[in-house]
Design a protein around this ligand. Structure first.
Ligand SMILES: [Zn+2]
Ligand SMILES: [Zn+2]
Length: 341
């Protein structure tokens, strides 16, 4: 089969590899759509992965073509890419994203930028009627967004600022809208992304041109936002969220930092004086008690989430160079770049 195999930093190859072997408890998935995650860019160009070669790709959906349980054959599914150890305390309480000894499709073991992948049946999310493979390939960012939204404790009537405009920001904004958050403001540095946000019906601020704090305080009688979500993993974003949050507000730290995050003395004072709550969020829940993945698929079916609107670029696997360069070199504005097979 054809696959995108990462042989080293900067050495991604489109090549023929043997079909994966399906073990007990696994199904064979014919991959139909796989997104390029923001984390795949440093994985390919700067940092590499745990061992080489590794087939990358962890945001995916496809058709089940072989399974122990025959009734699964022919069904569509997305896949929770984290493979928990099952033994640690976090796993035993269903907090798989906190597992200390997990594996991961597409980084610690082979992933889905390939025609086929054998995946654990326990990690499947079967697609409800009407949810496309392309939408389902965005189950991961949708679940990450839902997880962050839950952590924010945003409620009916609240004002929410989402700092950093990317696919997850829009998914978060849709979750917030469905929950009755009154003011949802997306903030970013790219005019093209600001325009995309406006086209999708959200208020958006270009922080290069408008003072975000003044804008939000203007909307809220001088108070500020009940909830801010930092989605960039940059000092600027953290600082802006601390400034724009209202007294006793919640700041959710979601963006994965690329380096140190520095907070000014004034920013630090904001935490103290306003008694802000800083809340971390990591990955998503996939357990019986709380399943961000299943809930996201249901929200795609009901139209609360419209992930197809976020797919700005579609490529075949053989066009991988174009797809990765587009994101790496930021050749044009994008939200989700996806391989469709
Ligand atoms: Zn990802
Ligand atoms: Zn574990």
């Amino acid at each position: 089969m054809k696959a995108l195999n990462l042989y080293g930093v900067g050495d991604l190859r489109f090549e023929d590899v043997p079909l994966p072997e399906r073990k007990r408890g696994e199904v064979m998935l014919r991959v139909r759509a796989v997104g390029i995650c923001g984390s795949d860019i440093p994985r390919v160009f700067d940092k590499g992965t745990y061992h080489f070669p590794t087939i990358i790709g962890h945001e995916f959906a496809g058709e089940i073509v072989e399974a122990d349980n025959q009734s699964l054959v022919g069904k569509g599914a997305s896949v929770f890419p984290l493979l928990p150890c099952g033994k640690c305390l976090a796993c035993q309480t269903g907090h798989y994203a906190q597992c200390k000894a997990y594996s991961y499709y597409g980084s610690r073991q082979d992933g889905a930028m390939a025609e086929y992948l054998a995946v654990k049946e326990a990690n499947l999310c079967l697609l409800p009627d009407g949810v496309s493979y392309e939408a389902a390939a965005m189950n991961e960012p949708a679940a990450v967004a839902l997880h962050a939204f839950r952590k924010s404790r945003a409620a009916l009537g609240d004002t929410m600022v989402i700092y950093g405009i990317g696919a997850i920001a829009f998914l978060l904004a849709w979750w917030a809208k469905a929950a009755g958050v009154s003011n949802i403001i997306l903030a970013g540095r790219s005019q093209a992304k600001v325009q995309m946000a406006e086209q999708l019906g959200f208020a958006a601020v270009n922080v290069r041109e408008v003072d975000l704090g003044e804008y939000v305080r203007g909307l809220t009688g001088g108070e500020g936002a009940d909830v801010c979500i930092e989605g960039t993993g940059c000092s600027d974003g953290a600082e802006a969220c601390l400034d724009v949050a209202k007294r006793f507000g919640n700041v959710v730290l979601m963006g994965n930092p690329a380096g140190n995050i520095n907070i000014s003395q004034n920013g630090y004072w904001q935490i103290l004086r306003k008694e802000l709550q800083l809340i971390g969020t990591w990955n998503s829940s996939f357990s019986r008690q709380e399943n961000d993945w299943q809930q996201s698929l249901q929200a795609m079916q009901s139209g609360i989430l419209q992930p197809e609107k976020l797919i700005t670029h579609r490529f075949s696997l053989s066009e991988y160079k174009k797809a990765f360069d587009l994101m790496h070199e930021k050749q044009e504005p994008y939200l989700k770049v996806m391989f469709v097979l």
